[in-house]
Design a protein. Sequence first.
Length: 175
Amino acid sequence: MGHRPKVLIHRAEIARTVRSLAGRIQADYAGKNPVLIGALKGCFVFMSDLVRALDIPLTVDFLGVFSYAAGTESSGTVRLLHDFRNPVQGRHVVVVEDIVDTGCTLAFILEHLKTKSPASIRVCALLDKPSRRRVPVSIDYLGFTVPNRFIVGYGLDFDEYFRNLPDLCVLEEDA
Ligand code: 5GP
Ligand code: MG
């Protein structure tokens, strides 16, 4: 038995949406020198496209968070594996997430960041799966709302594979 990826959101549509998110962020953060903080590893493709669509001075940092056991079920507990390197005190922070599912990871990141006294915090997420929410979190810049399916590609993995797919896909099981 194998897993076959089926395209859910094509790369052209992703590119249009990333440009539009960048346009909104650029308008809101002109003159503010924001720091974009990505949640690894899932954000890495989205983050790289997003920052290259932003024509304002900004810095980039990353948090390593771990919430999923192997496979597709959230464990609900979140651990910090890698903290960002540079101080965010007084900075305008934009948290960049691949997907908000139960909300546990994002809630954890926001709590962690709040202890570092940033000037402001907003959230940019490529995908939202609202049907699975357990912790209420608000997303300021959202790409797509997706159904309750397990998504891979464009940085998102299944057991670490499929991150390199250029489209957002769902996995179908081969007979
Ligand atoms: P949450 O803490 O909101 O339940 O989950 C957030 C993290 O779980 C995401 O950043 C992502 O790494 C992972 N995740 C949630 N849903 C999916 C999904 O459909 N596909 C993949 N590949 N990862 C997911
Ligand atoms: Mg993630």
